[in-house]
Design a protein around this ligand. Structure first.
Ligand code: SF4
Length: 708
């Protein structure tokens, strides 16, 4: 290795689920020089604007430097003792379900594992949920219904191998920019690669689209049911595949046919021209290699799980799964939403893809962790969890690396709940957030480039985040903070870790429990067991399953053998009918408000907001409105308007744009009520949730707007 090369440390980006490999090197300004990692299979050297600006965000402004108790600086010993004692006392008095953890897709897998182990394994409650509930849980539920496991079948290389891409409910260009760059490059090389974008808005992703279907918000199930009926009618389903490897086809097809029986009503529901629909259906029907990329526009819905399964139905009916260049591709929002799912960070799963309600799984985990207190039932999902804080059922909550006051629906209710909760613990690297205001105890965590561990990206690839810079103040790794509290609660033996690599090794061994041949669960990492600290520190990106280390296949697809993780090993098609969103537009609230990310910001801007370069792109929040609606409402570009829903109001500047359809509005998600903007979108959103996944309906909020 040359001296120049050795100065660069390989790590992984802090932001989206693409999971790009980054190389970083400290510079004279005390910041980091950043470049893309040419060797990483996610990005092969590419980075987006956010990734490239990572080095500018490692400043110490606003960092939480020391533990605090009731707003006063404290020390680790006192703060950890207080948290452990208060949690223990609450559990003793009110039982294990009186406490909860609310965690984050920003945590590393080792942190997630330790938090889940403490809550489910030793406190004995399922009450640990994650902000990934807001992001991916409908895809998790859809995967489990169809495949019997939460498994993304494809690999990124399929972007270059496919002949048709359907991007639905995703502004890929801004939200997963490096995947978009890969797709754009593939299209430049092969202009015949046919790209369809399905989105009520004309987004930046439409730049590469051959066809844009601006369907009515929430009509995705109807669209994909119509596709299934079309495939059957045109005899492009794979009858042999359906008969041998699936179940539920006939009932699913009957629902699909029923959906589009009344052609005029069907087209009206979709709100698009018949010729456009035909173009999409015909191409899908006649193209063998099709990739469907979907994200929050599908997941964040009161029918999100059904939307996912309506997509999966079309792939299973055509046998286009487990093969090169084809399959359904759920792109993950957060850097480690996938890793969190793997270790049981969702309230309704155990660990390592094992399940509540399965006696063998309960026994395996209890023996492995040597615990008699393993939670016996699922815990509360995010919205329910904060409802339980609000009604006093939960009396102590520990919030890790997330800002629910800004990101959960009905933010006024979240604030009220936290205000009355007897104990709120917040561990974060940032001192002042909308949530930390309510904390009784603040615990300083390490940030990106200070902490060390693993994350899993959208193609199931595990990569290392590495420690490059020293931590300011007294910040500690999250797994260490959790373990120290666990020790003080009396669980010292189970949390005796000296290094994050030991936590990883334990998790890896867990994936082998009853799964030696990898047939029980897709999640099999046994090839990474007993790596030792040195090999863990040098771990190269690994895509699961990993039955043997050093024998890595660079691009793997799941279900190539047509064996699924259901009881009879067959995939399930699910009969589905289109439902209306739970809140409907009325004369009082005539507009549908949609929301999403902008190009250069991430979540609540606590990191990207530190880069002046990134902030310059779109310095303040806005609401987009169609010119026809602006004229009708006698509103002009740049004017301040109040947007109100049944849940609250925000103040924001108007942006008149043809990109949005009449009757619809769009706002970015990033700003909060604590900034000067008064534009926290979650103040407007009602907590309507999908009954299968518990994911809130962020993409359909009836609102009105008036001149300020
Ligand atoms: Fe980071 Fe995502 Fe951009 Fe890659 S695409 S550099 S992971 S934000």
């Amino acid at each position: 290795m040359t001296a120049e090369k050795s100065l660069w440390t390989k790590t992984t980006c802090a932001y989206c689920g693409v999971g790009c490999g980054v190389e970083a090197k400290p510079n004279k300004l005390g910041l980091l020089d950043i470049r893309g990692d040419q060797d990483h299979p996610a990005n092969y050297g590419r980075l987006c604007s956010k990734g490239l600006a990572l080095g500018e965000t490692v400043v110490h402004d606003g960092r939480l430097l020391t533990p605090e108790i009731n707003g006063a600086p404290s020390n680790w010993e006192d703060a950890l003792t207080l948290v452990a004692d208060k949690f223990s006392d609450t559990i003793k008095q009110y039982g294990p379900d009186s406490v909860a953890f609310y965690v984050s897709g920003q945590l590393l897998t080792e942190d997630y594992y330790a938090a889940n182990k403490l809550m489910k394994g030793f406190i004995g409650s399922g009450n640990i949920d994650t902000n990934s509930r807001l992001c991916m849980s409908s895809s998790v539920a859809g995967h489990k219904r169809a495949f019997g496991s939460d498994t993304v079948p494809i690999c990124y290389q399929d972007l270059e191998k496919t002949d048709m891409v359907v991007i639905t409910g995703s502004n890929l260009a801004w939200c997963h920019p490096v995947l978009f760059q890969r797709l754009k490059a593939a299209k430049a090389l092969r202009p015949e690669l046919f790209i369809v974008v399905i989105d009520p808005r004309k987004t930046a992703t439409c730049e590469i689209a051959d066809c844009h279907l601006a369907i009515q918000p929430g009509s995705d199930v109807a669209l994909f049911n119509g596709l299934l009926a079309y495939l059957a009618e045109n005899k492009t389903i794979d009858r042999d595949y359906i008969d041998q490897y699936t179940q539920g086809f006939e009932a699913s097809l009957a629902s699909a046919i029923d959906e589009c029986q009344d052609r005029q009503a069907f087209l009206k529901r979709l709100g698009i021209e018949e010729s456009q629909l035909e173009l999409f259906y015909k191409h899908f029907s006649q193209t063998e290699k099709v990739l469907t990329i979907y994200s929050q526009g599908v997941n964040q819905s009161s029918q999100g799980t059904d939307k996912v399964n309506s997509i999966l139905n079309c792939f299973l009916a055509t046998g286009r799964i487990g093969k090169e260049g084809t399959g359904p591709f759920s792109v993950t929002g957060q850097p480690n939403a996938m890793g969190g799912r793997e270790v049981g960070g969702l309230a309704n799963t155990l660990a390592a893809h094992m399940e509540f309600g399965n006696a063998q799984d309960h026994q395996r985990i209890s023996e492995f962790w040597q615990t008699e207190q393993l939670a016996s039932k699922p815990g509360l999902k995010a919205v329910e969890l904060f409802d339980a804080i609000d009604d006093g059922t939960i009396k102590a909550v520990w919030i890790m690396a997330t800002n629910p006051v800004v990101s959960l629906p009905d933010s006024d209710k979240i604030k009220a709940a936290l205000k009355k909760c007897p104990l709120v613990v917040v561990s974060d690297c940032i001192k002042e957030t909308a949530t930390s205001t309510f904390a009784d105890v603040l615990l300083p965590a390490q940030g990106w480039s200070e902490k060390s561990g693993t994350i899993t990206n959208s193609e199931r690839r595990i990569s290392r985040q590495r420690r490059i810079l020293p931590t300011p103040g007294l910040g500690k790794p999250d797994w260490w903070i959790i373990s120290e509290v666990a020790k003080k609660m009396g669980f010292a033996k189970a949390f005796d870790y000296d290094h994050e690599g030991q936590v990883f090794d334990e998790y890896v061994k867990m994936t082998a429990l009853g799964n030696r041949d990898g047939k029980l669960r897709a999640l099999n990492l046994i090839g990474l067991a007993n790596l030792g600290t040195d090999a863990y520190n040098h771990l190269t990106p690994q895509q699961w399953p990993v039955p043997e280390y050093q024998k890595e296949v660079v691009n793997q697809r799941m279900f190539a053998d047509n064996i699924f993780f259901t009881e009879n090993k067959k995939a399930r098609l699910i009969p589905i009918s289109q439902k209306q969103p739970l809140s409907r537009c009325t004369a009082d609230y005539p507009f549908v408000l949609n929301n999403g990310r902008i190009r250069d910001q991430w979540h609540t801007m606590s990191r990207t907001g530190l880069s002046s370069r990134l902030s310059a792109y779109q310095p303040e929040p806005f609401v987009s409105i169609n010119p026809i609606d602006a004229v009708k409402q006698q509103l002009e570009q740049g004017q301040l308007v109040t947007i109100s829903s049944a849940s609250g109001s925000v103040l924001v500047r108007l942006a008149v744009s043809d990109d949005i359809e009449p009757g619809q509005l769009f706002m970015p998600i990033h700003w909060s009520q604590t900034t000067a903007s008064k534009a926290a979108i979650c103040a407007l959103i009602k907590a309507n949730v999908d009954p299968n996944s518990g994911q809130p309906e962020f993409k359909f909020t009836p609102v009105k707007l008036v001149k300020w």
